[in-house]
Design a protein around this ligand. Sequence first.
Ligand SMILES: Nc1ncnc2c1ncn2[C@@H]1O[C@H](COP(=O)(O)OP(=O)(O)OP(=O)(O)O)[C@@H](O)[C@H]1O
Ligand SMILES: [Mg+2]
Length: 167
Amino acid sequence: MITARTRSADDTRALAAALAELARPGDLVLLAGELGAGKTAFAQGFGAALGVTEPITSPTFTLASQYAGRLELNHLDVYRLEQLTEVLDIGLPEMLDEGGVTLVEWGDSITNALPADYLLVRLSYGEGDDDRLLEIEPIGSAWAARTRAMTLALTGWLAEPPAPPSC
Ligand SMILES: Nc1ncnc2c1ncn2[C@@H]1O[C@H](COP(=O)(O)OP(=O)(O)OP(=O)(O)O)[C@@H](O)[C@H]1O
Ligand SMILES: [Mg+2]
């Protein structure tokens, strides 16, 4: 797991943009963390780096938004979804097959409805009002293979220096 810290909403956007440079078609990123932790701010920075020019707004009421970019961005907020059938109704499986990148706010609440291969980003409040801690954990092989690249991309935000090589 990679642990990082940000000091403002724009800092979280910049961190997300650095991660987005590593994105590939079909990627899934789950954004976890309480209300106001910065999940939407993360999605905004991530999308901007994918070439999305349209403003990325909170999909809390729309559930899912799609944005054109270098890679298409699917941005979902499943806070209000309770049933697996609702996840299927909003077309999540199809989105994952379309070759874009899918970010799901509150995605940790529906992992049983998702493929077991995603990047989990857990945001939490830090000491100051504008401090946030981000715990970034690859689940499955797709993102695990990019752990070193992610660590390099996040130099400057890392809360702890990377562990030395084991041999
Ligand atoms: N370091 C930071 N990273 C992200 N947001 C920050 C940070 N510092 C302050 N903020 C503020 O915290 C708020 C984060 O709001 P945002 O909508 O991104 O959260 P969210 O996790 O998506 O909330 P919700 O659960 O309601 O969807 C914004 O008002 C933002 O300006
Ligand atoms: Mg949000």
